[in-house]
Design a protein around this ligand. Structure first.
Ligand SMILES: Nc1ncnc2c1ncn2[C@@H]1O[C@H](COP(=O)(O)OP(=O)(O)OP(=O)(O)O)[C@@H](O)[C@H]1O
Length: 590
């Protein structure tokens, strides 16, 4: 992954530096090399509580506010201090029949395990002899290599709950030496059905007096009450009031656009063909087929994108995220089909239970069809770098997942834009090929999102625009959309999977031979199972906005108009919400 982003001042606690947190000089040196001088608010709040008062911690802080180091630094510091006073510990461990670790970090997805592993290896640059870590969910190491590393009792284990409970039942690994247990994205851990694994893990935990626990997430609610009772002893609860973090509320500009099912594709085509969004865009869709359909439709018009979903091999997925973070791609279509625990009010609202159960059946059957990796997830926690816009092509199914999706942009205090397509109830189901079952409840979910964002002090505004402005493109879109048949989508899925599996094998061999290097394997190759009509790739002049006709080169950045203001005489402009100077990625469209 590219160099971590420095968090903007809004997130930093300027009253203290990492030196002031009494951390080992080797850790401070590594932090300095990352450009980290001051801790973030969640770090300066949790590290002293963990190190000086030995408290268990339950922390909720905004996405992108530095929670990873908030738990990682106390774990590493504790291990370094423990080894200083027990110099013979390693030699004694080597004699033990059972392997064990001093710190364990549980995360819900492989993506997050890779990310935590990367952060850990950067921070232990100057003490890697004293701290060994193993990522049980690593996509770069084979099972055999991981097992051989486990035998040496690594100091830190990074894993999903399923992987950890698997090695505990194998009886060759114990938690007797465990001093620190971290559960990151704790509410998602419960959603991912890890509760049984967690309960099994809790049976192996040493006495509470020797163990400290951290429960972290950007969204916490009463679901974690059970976890708190099971894993914590009088924990310090940090619900960082978002006023400190969000004092630059304008950093994240949020908009929604009411649009019919087909016009979602039309609007996407116009936005990305005319480059109306500056910088990288992360598009979320609600199922795998939708991702391929959108990719193939955009391909018809020469707009390239790469795909991320739970069917792809884990190391390919990690490679795609790394390449996206290195700006190799500008457009990433990610499938977020995680079913989250619905909040209480959402369950009350579910008045059409029958449809709900029908839908659940449909989802379940769909899930059965695709062999997906249960440990996939990109809407949570993944530290995407420099994403200027998150586009909810399909609205998420809960307000909570909305928070995590839009949290992929405006990270570390940077500006970002979130745009969500909302299908009005009256438009739902009118155009089957472009329809998505979850969109039936879009208006209800949008109301919850608006309520929740208002409570957090954020605004989410309608981006109303003159749909007639896009009429000129409609015919072309209908042509291009028709070429992408269900058969073409199926073929694309198979083809992409084959390509990625092949690439993944190459990657695996390559990682083993050159572990430090990531090979340049393109993931946004055009899949072309649909008939591609070459003429669609060019936008004829008569369709271009006037301002772009004179000098097509300028097309790369065609601004939208501010709310209510008109473009040239007679040209109705796209009227955005209150223009947000800092982060309005959608520019005026003359
Ligand atoms: N003290 C710091 N100073 C500067 N940058 C920091 C600091 N701590 C973390 N960062 C950077 O901020 C970014 C976000 O950090 P991190 O991923 O830990 O946030 P998070 O709160 O875990 O987000 P999420 O809720 O999405 O998991 C990372 O790129 C990280 O390198």
């Amino acid at each position: 992954m590219s160099k971590p982003q420095n968090i903007n001042d809004a997130y930093l606690d300027q009253s203290i530096t990492f030196e002031g947190l009494k951390l080992d000089q080797r850790l401070i040196q590594a932090l300095k090399e990352q450009g980290f001088i001051n801790p973030t608010v969640v770090q300066s709040s949790s590290i002293p509580l963990a190190l000086e008062q030995k408290k268990d911690i339950i922390a909720r802080a905004s996405t992108g506010s530095g929670k990873t180091l908030a738990y990682m630094l106390p774990v590493l510091q504790t291990i370094l201090e423990f080894k200083k006073i027990n110099p013979t510990y390693k030699a004694e461990k080597a004699q033990d029949a059972l392997s064990s670790s001093i710190g364990i970090i549980l995360v819900p997805t492989r993506e997050l395990s890779e990310q935590a592993d990367k952060v850990l290896s950067k921070i232990t640059t100057h003490c890697s002899q004293d701290i060994k870590a193993v990522n049980l969910s690593s996509s770069k190491l084979s099972e055999a290599v991981i097992n051989s590393l486990l035998i040496e009792s690594p100091d830190v284990l990074i894993a999903t709950p399923a992987k950890l409970s698997q090695i505990l039942t194998s009886k060759f690994f114990s938690l007797e030496d465990l001093k620190f247990l971290v559960i990151d994205e704790v509410d998602l851990i419960l959603t991912f059905g890890y509760k049984d694994d967690l309960w099994k893990i809790s049976e192996y935990l040493p006495l509470k007096k020797n163990l400290q626990t951290f429960l972290m997430s950007a969204t916490l609610n009463d679901d974690i009450q059970e976890l708190k009772e099971k894993f914590c002893k009088s924990p310090a609860i940090l619900k960082l009031n978002d006023d400190v973090i969000n004092k630059d509320k304008s950093k994240l500009a949020q908009y929604y656009i009411s649009v019919s099912e087909f016009d979602k594709f039309l609007l996407c085509y116009v936005i990305f063909k005319l480059n109306l969004i500056k910088g990288k865009t992360l598009i979320f869709v609600n199922n795998i087929d939708r991702g391929y359909r959108l990719k193939l439709v955009l391909e018809q018009f020469g707009v390239k994108s790469c795909i991320l979903n739970s069917e792809l091999p884990a190391n390919s997925r990690q490679h795609i995220v790394d390449e996206f973070n290195k700006n190799v791609y500008n457009l990433l279509i990610a499938t977020d089909d995680t079913e989250y625990i619905k909040e209480e009010d959402e369950l009350e609202d579910e008045n059409d239970i029958d449809n709900e159960s029908e839908e659940k059946q449909e989802n379940k059957s769909q899930k059965k069809k695709s062999v997906s990796d249960k440990e996939y997830g990109v809407s949570r926690g993944v530290d995407f770098q420099n994403v200027s816009c998150v586009l909810n092509f399909d609205l998420p199914t809960t307000a909570k997942s909305y928070v995590h999706r839009v949290g992929r942009t405006a990270r570390s205090g940077k500006s970002g834009t979130a745009i969500s397509f909302v299908v009005p109830k009256k438009e739902f189901g009118k155009h089957r090929p472009s329809s998505c079952d979850t969109c039936k409840k879009d208006e209800k979910i949008l109301n919850r999102i608006i309520k929740q964002q208002t409570k957090l002090g954020f605004d989410i505004k309608p981006y109303s625009f003159d749909i007639k402005q896009m009429e000129g493109f409609r015919y072309r879109m209908e042509d291009g959309f028709r070429a992408v048949t269900q058969v073409a989508i199926r073929e694309a899925r198979v083809k992409e999977l084959k390509q990625e599996l092949l690439a993944s094998d190459k990657l695996k061999r390559h990682f083993e031979e050159n572990p430090q290097e990531l090979q340049k394997l393109r993931h946004d190759k055009e899949l072309h199972p649909a008939r591609v009509q070459q003429h669609l790739k060019r936008v004829p002049d008569y369709l271009l906005p006037e301002s772009a006709r004179k000098n097509v080169k300028k097309i790369g950045f065609v601004p939208f108009h501010k709310n209510g203001s008109k473009g040239r005489a007679g040209k109705k402009a796209f009227k955005g919400g209150k223009k947000n100077k800092k982060s309005d990625a959608l520019k005026n469209f003359k």
